[in-house]
Ligand binder design. Structure first.
Ligand code: URP
Ligand code: ZN
Ligand code: ZN
Length: 458
C-alpha cells in the first residue's frame, strides 16, 4: 500500500498526458499505473498532474537601491508553492573583498531557516579576483553547477569587463560550470544616460531611453561570441526582447553553446505600461519592451532557443518604489511574479503547445541546472514534487488574494484560465485549495546540483 495516490488525473509524462494514477511512498514517486491505492487517495479527475514547477531565477531579500526585495525565503517560497512552484534557484552575493564561497554559506543559512520548498543558488560573481578564480573549482563539490555574471550594473560594482568575462568563461568551460548572464551593455547604458539632459532623466521614460533593445542584443551577441570562442556553456537570463531571442537563435545555429530564459513579464507586458501614472511600479531591468518584441519571444520558446520560463521574482512594495524621487537611479528594479508564474506560462491562448510550456517550467530547468531526474519529471524514484492543476478554471489576478509580500501585481485584473489546486513537496501536501497552506518554514532542503545536461548545447 502506497502512502498517497493521486487518482484518475491526466499525468504529464515527458511530453504527453496519460490518464493514470500516481503513487507516492515517503518522499518519492513510487509508481504510475492503473488502479493504484494508498493510505490516502486524492481524486485528481479532470485535472493535470504535473511535476512540481522549478523557478530558476528568484531574488529573495535582495538589497536594491536602498530597499530590500519584499519576499524572504519563507514568504517567497510559500507564495511560490501556493502557485505550484516546488523548487527555486536564487543567488549568492559577494561582500567586500571576499571570494564566492562565503556568500554561499550566508545564503544557505538564511534559506535553511526559512525556505518551505527545496532550493539552490547560482554563485554570483561581482568582483572577479584571484580568490574567486581559486574558489571556482570548489563550486561543484559544494553542489553549485552555475555561476552568474552581469555585463551591466557598473555603478553597483557588478559589471564584468570583457577581459574578466573571457577569463571566467574559460574557467567555466574547464570546470564544467554553466555561466548564466545578465546581458545588457553597461557602457552603452552609461553613455545613453550621459547624453540625456537633467530634464530628460526625470521620470520613468528614461528607463527605456537608456536601456533600449540594442543594449540587450549587443550584450547577447558579444557574450555569444565569447561562448563560441571558449566553448563555455552559457545561459542568458531574462531575455526581454524578440531581437534578443533571435540573436540567441542565430548563435545556436552557428554552433554556439548558448540558450535563453525568458519571464512572464516580457511575454505579457509591454512598455506602454511605463507611460501610465504609476509606470514606475512596472520598472525592471531589462525594462519592458515595445509590444512588437513579444511575438519572437513566444516563437523562440516554441522552437527551444528559449528553453526556460522563470520569474526573476524581485518584488518591492509600492512604498519602496515610491521613494524614487522620479530618478531611475534611485528606483529599486524588479517585479513580483513567483505566485503567478504557472498560470501565465500555461495559459492556452498564446499559441505555445502545452507540453512545451510545461517542459520550460520543469524538465528543461531541471536538466540545465543539474537536478534531473530528482526534479522536473514524474518518474518512479523521482522526488514526489507534484502539483494538481485545474486547467479549466477561470479567474482574475487580484493582488489582494495573492500571498507574495508585496501590495500590487503587475498583472492586476488579467483574466486567467487555469490554477494550481494542490502542491506536494517530497511527498508532503504543503498546499491545497481546500485546506490552504500546510507547509512549514525551514522544511525546504538545499539541492546539490550536477553539471548541466549538454543536450541543450549541441
Ligand atoms: O529588475 C530586475 N530584474 N531586478 C532583479 C535583478 C536582476 O537584474 O535580475
Ligand atoms: Zn538581471
Ligand atoms: Zn534577476
Amino acid at each position: 500500500m502506497y502512502d498517497l495516490v493521486l487518482k484518475n488525473g491526466k499525468v504529464f509524462l515527458a511530453d504527453r498526458f496519460v490518464d493514470l494514477d500516481l503513487a507516492i511512498s515517503g518522499e518519492k514517486i513510487a509508481a504510475i499505473g492503473k488502479n493504484l491505492s494508498g493510505a490516502r487517495n486524492i481524486n485528481a479527475a479532470n485535472r493535470w498532474v504535473l511535476p512540481g514547477i522549478i523557478d530558476a531565477h528568484t531574488h529573495f531579500s535582495l538589497p536594491f537601491a536602498g530597499a530590500v526585495s519584499a519576499d524572504d525565503f519563507f514568504t517567497g517560497t510559500r507564495a511560490g508553492a501556493i502557485g505550484g512552484v516546488t523548487t527555486i534557484i536564487d543567488f549568492t552575493a559577494q561582500q567586500g573583498e571576499e571570494g564566492i564561497l562565503a556568500g554561499l554559506i550566508r545564503r544557505k543559512a538564511q534559506a535553511a531557516e526559512l525556505a518551505a520548498i527545496d532550493y539552490s543558488f547560482h554563485a554570483c560573481i561581482g568582483r572577479f579576483s584571484e580568490q574567486v578564480a581559486a574558489e571556482m573549482p570548489q563550486l561543484l563539490t559544494q553542489g553549485l553547477s552555475s555561476l552568474k555574471i552581469f555585463t551591466a550594473y557598473g555603478r553597483s560594482g557588478l559589471m564584468q569587463s570583457d577581459f574578466n568575462l573571457l577569463r571566467i568563461m574559460k574557467k567555466c568551460q574547464e570546470q564544467g560550470i554553466l555561466l548564466t548572464v545578465h546581458a545588457e551593455n553597461g557602457p552603452l547604458i552609461d553613455d545613453l544616460t550621459a547624453a540625456l539632459s537633467p530634464e530628460e532623466l526625470i521620470g520613468i521614460a528614461a528607463l527605456c531611453k537608456t536601456r533600449p533593445v540594442i543594449t540587450e542584443v549587443e550584450a547577447i551577441a558579444r557574450v555569444g561570441a565569447f561562448a563560441r570562442l571558449t566553448g563555455c556553456q552559457t545561459y542568458i537570463v531574462h531575455t526581454s526582447s524578440g531581437a534578443g531571442a533571435l540573436t540567441i537563435a542565430s548563435l545556436r545555429k552557428n554552433q554556439t553553446p548558448i540558450i535563453g530564459e525568458t519571464c512572464p513579464q516580457y511575454l505579457y507586458l509591454d512598455d506602454s505600461l511605463l507611460q501610465e501614472p504609476n509606470g514606475h511600479y512596472f520598472s525592471c531591468c531589462p525594462p519592458l519592451r515595445p509590444v512588437e518584441e513579444k511575438a519572437a519571444l513566444w516563437e523562440n520558446l516554441n522552437n527551444g532557443n528559449l528553453a526556460v520560463i522563470a520569474t526573476d521574482h524581485c518584488p518591492f512594495k509600492r512604498n519602496d518604489k515610491d521613494s524614487w524621487q522620479k530618478s531611475i537611479s534611485k528606483l529599486p528594479m524588479g517585479l513580483p511574479g513567483i505566485e503567478t508564474l504557472v498560470p501565465l506560462a500555461l495559459q492556452q491562448n498564446k499559441g505555445l503547445p502545452t507540453a512545451t510550456a510545461i517542459r520550460a517550467l520543469t524538465e528543461n530547468p531541471a536538466r540545465i541546472f543539474g537536478i534531473y531526474p530528482e526534479k522536473g519529471c514524474l518518474l518512479p524514484g523521482s522526488d514526489a514534487d507534484v502539483i494538481i492543476y485545474d486547467p479549466h478554471r477561470d479567474w482574475e489576478i487580484d493582488s489582494t488574494l495573492l500571498h507574495m509580500a508585496t501590495d500590487y501585481s503587475p498583472y492586476q485584473g488579467l483574466q486567467i484560465r487555469g490554477i494550481n489546486t494542490m502542491t506536494i513537496s517530497r511527498g508532503e501536501v504543503i498546499y491545497s485549495e481546500e485546506d490552504g497552506w500546510q507547509g512549514k518554514k525551514g522544511r525546504g532542503r538545499f539541492l546539490k546540483r550536477r553539471p548541466t545536461d549538454s543536450y541543450f548545447f549541441k
